[in-house]
Design a protein around this ligand. Sequence first.
Ligand SMILES: [Zn+2]
Length: 286
Amino acid sequence: MLRHIALCLSATVMLGCTSTSASISAKAAKNTPLYVVEAATIRYPNQARNAVSLTFDDGRASQVLVGTPILDKYQAKATFYVMAGAVNLQLARWQHAVANGHEIGNHTTSHLCTGNFQWLRDKNAGLEQVDLTWLRNDIEQNNQALKTALGVTPTAFAYPCGNTFVGRGLKTQSYVPLIAEMFDSGRTWLDETGNNPGYTDFAQLTGIRMDGLSFDEIKTILEQLRGNQSWLILAGHDVGEKGLYSVDQQALARLIEYLQDPANGYWLDTVSNVAKHLRAERTQPE
Ligand SMILES: [Zn+2]
């Protein structure tokens, strides 16, 4: 902890550096960095300039019917944020994906989003109608079901629809602190920027859409956002034909080839592997 304080004082940009930091529990410190370090001090493996994670939401069947065969061909590892109910529809293939080293993250049991979505209005459901206790239980249930189905305990979470609240109006509460407590990371959705590796909050990692884009369009986005040694987390849903909620399978293959070419300066790994690396980098003496 003494080293943390010294680093805190030496950091060019400081956040939350107080004399009380020593009393903060190890768990809290893990989820809430006590300070911010300059992105320029962060190092990635193999002298890469950026980290990239490929992520897919919902546990859709096409992810293991079309997606993981492409990823496995290149030995690329992705993070899948899933509901156990969806996984159980293709259980053997998901077990195979886990055996091949892909990461399984939690995406809640009920996939509740804002009740403005018609499919939730039809069920008289929505994040506006629940509280943090309900949501914690919904998330814990999914963790338990995934442990049973796949033998893994997720350390990564993705907010369904990117929504991070419960309640409405004056009674609205953020559930980001709940995710910071329960997981090593949480990813949002439809963000416009990457994650500054020295600054980003692991409980609100940004996610950039890769659904519906060609390889060239995805490459252009990566090039635009790769400043500050950003960690770029791409997010999609189905894999197959290009669509509003579907990653083009040819684009995915070309993207992996591009990211794995050392000349392009990217480190491709799962969300939890990159998060773990960055946490360690943030505590390295300069
Ligand atoms: Zn989702």
